[in-house]
Design a protein around this ligand. Structure first.
Ligand SMILES: CC(C)(COP(=O)(O)OP(=O)(O)OC[C@H]1O[C@@H](n2cnc3c(N)ncnc32)[C@H](O)[C@@H]1OP(=O)(O)O)[C@@H](O)C(=O)NCCC(=O)NCCS
Length: 154
């Protein structure tokens, strides 16, 4: 299968590739369908959320296949009091395209960008039941940390 890996640092990069040939709504359908693979309760991507994401330094790596986005991963930069770090979010490959090395290539791209940006480290979380994801992150050198993740829903 022929895949094209693209890294977008702003909305026009994203559209240049993703929207060149078909309507914008179709690509939001693709990316939102991927998010459902992560959680049925996930908020949808909209043009406004995407623009805000890029404005805050976010980067999306995604895979095009036959004019569709079939995989994605994002890097969020976080400016802390003692430096800038990164967080990997929304790593997902469409079921029909798994085991083609796509997530590894997307992660490699984002790690390269993170190094170029001189981020101090990359964090991510994944549920223990996500066997493939845990295997992927460990094979890339991510180490499990002994910390309790908390969230306050607002
Ligand atoms: C996790 C996921 C992104 C992997 O995508 P993928 O493109 O199929 O993975 P790759 O082909 O790039 O494989 C990369 C590595 O991941 C690990 N991996 C992938 N599938 C695996 C599986 N079924 N079991 C164990 N490890 C697996 C392996 O370490 C693999 O390297 P290897 O092939 O050299 O052994 C994909 O399965 C997915 O989208 N799952 C549902 C969503 C999800 O769990 N996302 C992560 C949320 S944090």
């Amino acid at each position: 299968m022929k895949y094209k890996i693209v890294t977008a640092e702003n909305t026009s990069d994203f559209y240049m590739e993703a929207l060149r040939e078909i309507a914008q709504t179709e690509h939001f359908k693709d990316t939102n369908a991927l998010l459902v693979e992560l959680s049925s309760k996930s908020s949808h991507i909209t043009l406004a959320s995407l623009e805000q994401f890029f404005r805050s330094g976010g980067i999306i790596a995604f895979v095009m296949h036959k004019h569709h986005i079939v995989a994605m991963a994002t890097l969020v930069t976080i400016t802390k009091i003692n430096g800038v770090t990164g967080r990997i979010e929304h790593v997902v490959v469409s079921p029909a395209h798994r085991k083609n090395n796509l997530s590894r290539q997307l992660m490699d791209q984002l790690i390269t960008v993170a190094k170029k940006k001189k981020l101090r480290y990359l964090d991510l979380t994944t549920e223990p039941k996500r066997v493939a994801a845990n295997g992927l992150y460990q094979s890339l050198g991510f180490k499990k940390r002994d910390t309790n993740p908390y969230r306050l829903t607002l």
